[in-house]
Design a protein around this ligand. Structure first.
Ligand code: MG
Length: 221
């Protein structure tokens, strides 16, 4: 297998915990529409696009709307979500994330963001994470949502690195599928039950070191 030349990071759930804000905003929308939306339901929304998330939410509530109304509902959810993320600061960065990003660079690996979120620029600005990336690919630059590999392939292309020399860090099943379809190795962040398709699963970036990762990938993948 090719030695690692680049690491690509999902944003929500890997570098920052914005999943809680997505959940809060979707729950508020569900309540307005007259049904309940649980944390378990929210798992199905992780990593997928805003409109695909709305479709799942409406399916849970047993509701159907035309495209105009759906756009209006998605905009409303996003307004609430943006209100929440504007309160974020660097303390929202998940444990181990900053150290790991810095260690990647120190080892000569390139770094890219590969997020489905159209709000990634706000989150990067609020948390001060922007300078840690060579390339940023987010929902504003892609046309196909995860599990389509577009976001990661675009990241590799902009970095000038072959997919086989990339490692993706992802917390959502859709993102892990996207990484695999891109021909990249993938480390799942979270629980092994939900991230079965990853090459390896760790609870957080705190549990990974660049040396450990390089050695492990050389022997196992
Ligand atoms: Mg995520």
């Amino acid at each position: 297998m090719s030695p690692i030349q680049a690491c690509l990071f999902d944003l929500d759930g890997v570098l920052v915990d914005t999943a809680v804000y997505h959940y809060r905003a979707w729950k508020r929308l569900a309540r307005e529409l007259g049904f309940d939306f649980t944390e378990e339901d929210n798992e199905r929304l992780k990593g997928i696009s805003r409109m695909a998330s709305l479709d799942i939410l409406l399916e849970i509530g047993g509701l159907a709307f035309n495209e105009n109304k759906k756009r209006e509902l998605a905009d409303k959810k996003n307004e609430w979500y943006v209100e929440y993320i504007l309160q974020m600061d660097p303390s929202a960065i998940l444990p181990g994330a900053l150290d790991f990003l810095q260690a990647c660079r120190a080892r000569g690996w390139k770094t890219a963001l590969g997020s489905a979120s159209k709000n990634a620029p706000v989150i990067l600005r609020r948390t001060g994470l922007s300078p840690h990336f060579d390339v940023v690919i987010d929902g504003n630059k892609t046309s196909k949502a995860k599990p389509d590999p577009e976001v990661f392939l675009l990241g590799a292309r902009e970095l000038g690195v072959e997919p086989a020399a990339c490692v993706v860090f992802e917390d959502a099943a859709a993102g892990i599928e996207a990484a695999r379809r891109a021909g990249m190795r993938c480390i799942g962040i979270g629980s092994p039950e939900t991230l079965r398709e990853a090459d390896r699963v760790v609870p957080s970036l705190q549990a990974v070191t660049v040396d450990g990762l390089a050695a492990w990938l050389q022997t196992e993948c």
